[in-house]
Design a protein around this ligand. Sequence first.
Ligand SMILES: Nc1ncnc2c1ncn2[C@@H]1O[C@H](COP(=O)(O)OP(=O)(O)OP(=O)(O)O)[C@@H](O)[C@H]1O
Ligand SMILES: [Mg+2]
Length: 430
Amino acid sequence: MDREAFQERFGLIGESVALKQVIDKIIQVADTDITVLLQGESGVGKDITAKAIHAVSHRKHENMVIVNCGAIPEGIIESELFGHEKGAFTGAHEAREGYFEKANGGTIFLDEIGDTPANVQVKLLRVLESGEYFRVGSSKLRTTDVRVVAATNKDLWQLVQDETFREDLYYRLDTVKVKLPPLRERPDDIIPIFRKFVTEFSSKYDSVFKGFSDDAKELLISYRWPGNVRELRNVAEQLVVLEKSQFIDTEKLQKYLKGRQHTGSADNLPILADKQQHTSNGSAGDGDQQLIYRALVELRNDIGDLKKMLGTFLYSTFSQKNLKALPQNIQDEVQHSDISEFDIDVGATSEENIGVQPFAEADISEEENSEEEAFSQFFSAEDIPSIEKTEQFLIEQALQKYDGNRRKASEALGISERTLYRKLDQYDLQ
Ligand SMILES: Nc1ncnc2c1ncn2[C@@H]1O[C@H](COP(=O)(O)OP(=O)(O)OP(=O)(O)O)[C@@H](O)[C@H]1O
Ligand SMILES: [Mg+2]
């Protein structure tokens, strides 16, 4: 299959040299059984690529099992992956096959592989090397024939240095590494991908997109896209829906580039060339200054994002009355954290929706009263609560709100279920 046909078939849009190289590599290895490690920031297209690899391989008529290694609680990940026998642990009423068994003959996609707990990494290594594994509670050696595609947005080698990821597993996974570059490193792809999304959403919402001013188009290309293609997709959707039949100028576009709207900020600087601008006397050249400037602005933006996340959470969890019980500086952050109904309802796609609902100011229900009591038991208005204390409180509130449902609570808190379990343990919460 040639590159164009592959891109067309899987909707992998892009004209940059970087993307073309990635696709050529994928086509080369797709129809083999070789392990592929996809590495790249969130939203660059790891999922879509993994599915494409399976779909063009000779295993395409067999199962593709997708496992998010970061989302499965540590206590059950082994039995999820390898299955278990009846009675292997409390609650194991039936024997169950694991994902490696289900994927037999097909492909297993191990997403967020860097988050696999240490005790499972050694078992993964075995199954990757020899296809052998044991169900939990069984001493019978089983075998499976799977093709492995793994993905991570972390630097696995760094995890090896930090001793949280096994070196032998790293080498086993690293046979073919495909690095999916972030969108800001392939600006030539931005407009073609944007065009595709606009066409898609215009037909979905029966809307007309009028186009951009030259400045706005330039901003679209020079913006950093920290959320990569996923963020570009969201922006396209919002423009189609909310700026229906409007010509898009810079001012309009900036509203959708959240938290990074300052013209002239480092986010809108052109992509840095490599640092060859070092001056001969060793002092910092323009390139270094730009690098430092960008780093500073990134830091500021990250802090802004953190504040916004906290603000959104507090906003969604407490009634306005309860918010008033917060220390004034926190109230200010929440009120000024740029949270609008628009962000809440339209800005987030279902994958990213963190369950925020705009609150009604009217009645203070019983539930809110009990929230308030819980709140004042925890904090007094004068205190600045410690981060641990606040975290513990938020976890308790989220669990109460979702009747102890840990999946929903962890989603609302924006952390993985595993992290939630760890924190419950850490704070001794049941
Ligand atoms: N080159 C591309 N052309 C068109 N759409 C793309 C492209 N790359 C990614 N997408 C789309 O962008 C969105 C995010 O992609 P995907 O889910 O594959 O990212 P990811 O790298 O797996 O992200 P995460 O690390 O958050 O899981 C999806 O809607 C996907 O279809
Ligand atoms: Mg993904």
